[in-house]
Write a protein that binds this ligand. Structure first.
Ligand SMILES: Nc1ncnc2c1ncn2[C@@H]1O[C@H](COP(=O)(O)OP(=O)(O)O)[C@@H](O)[C@H]1O
Ligand SMILES: [Mg+2]
Length: 285
């Protein structure tokens, strides 16, 4: 193709391959990774008869931060909830396909969801500490999961989890105060500390900063950067800036399809799909 033809077409820029057309909905990009922590095969979710997501094939690596982006209603939260079977709790919701975690399909009938949800912890959009003391917010789950046997062990776990979540310095003198008395950013770190306390491998975060101010957001982003050394982090964000600051890979969802996935730099700087480019340039049709 000569230069004139290349620049003459609206979807083709010089030096770049043509973008995949908007009507094509098979996922483009790198969906697989070597030695994945999580491997999704043909995952689909319906709410009653309405399809929310379909044909999701995606590996998630160990010690990876992967961002889920896309317009509101495209299925990001639905997909996230598949990863610890939270959709099981929603009336009328049906999940099909397979999700392997370290080789085991978490949808097998012999899987106990209680330990699964400790192994794959979740942090929500709105911080949701229990109406209990800061101390008990952390100790509660650890006791239920039998991770602590006595007061000394519990103290150690509470202190360690708060330190890990970057909250210890701010709360060490008021552990008996209610978790709900903290600021929004502190509450969100308390929820992260609570997730960490039960020894997870994966932490799911659904727009964890959307109710926070820029300073609290920056603190959470720094924390994610540290936590990635020990945990796999799957984060839904409506902020493309946030995705590009914190994630290794980015997955772009559109109308229930996983349209594109790749390294965050590639997806933002050199998208392969026209729909991805529409989104990152702020153009919708
Ligand atoms: N509990 C529910 N019951 C019925 N429909 C739902 C429920 N949750 C989400 N949906 C629908 O599923 C689709 C995907 O929603 P969601 O996963 O929340 O998208 P996102 O997180 O990307 O905004 C939307 O059409 C939404 O209306
Ligand atoms: Mg959502």
């Amino acid at each position: 193709m000569n230069q004139e033809q290349t620049t003459g077409h609206p979807h083709i820029r010089p030096g770049r391959s043509p973008l995949v057309e908007r009507t094509e909905r098979a996922t483009v990009g790198q969906t697989t990774v070597e030695d994945p922590r999580i491997s999704c095969k043909n995952v689909a979710v319906y709410y009653d008869a309405k399809k929310a997501i379909s044909n999701i094939n995606l590996d998630i690596g160990r010690n990876e931060v992967i961002a889920m982006i896309g317009p509101s209603g495209c299925g990001k939260s639905t997909f996230l909830r598949c990863l610890n079977r939270m959709n099981d709790t929603i009336e009328g919701c049906t999940v099909s396909g397979q999700i392997f975690m370290d080789g085991k399909n978490i949808y097998d009938s012999d899987v106990d969801v209680v330990p699964l949800r400790a192994q794959v912890g979740m942090v929500f959009q709105k911080p949701n500490p229990f109406p209990k003391s800061i101390y008990d917010n952390i100790a509660y789950g650890a006791r239920i999961h039998g991770l602590v046997q006595n007061r000394d062990e519990t103290d150690e776990l509470v202190v360690g989890s708060l330190k890990r979540a970057g909250l210890w310095g701010e709360v060490k003198d008021r552990l008996k105060m209610s978790g709900t008395s903290l600021s929004g950013g502190q509450q969100q770190r308390l929820c992260i500390a609570r997730a960490i306390a039960v020894n997870p491998e994966v932490i799911l975060m659904d727009e964890p900063c959307s109710s926070l101010d820029p300073i609290a957001t920056a603190i959470i982003e720094e924390l994610i950067d540290e936590l990635k050394q020990d945990y796999t982090i799957v984060i839904v964000t409506h902020s493309m800036q946030q995705a590009s600051r914190i994630s290794h890979r980015t997955a772009y969802f559109y109308q229930g399809d996983l349209v594109e996935v790749g390294s965050t730099d590639q997806v933002f700087l050199n998208p392969l799909h026209q729909l991805t480019e529409d989104y990152i340039t702020g153009r919708f049709e």
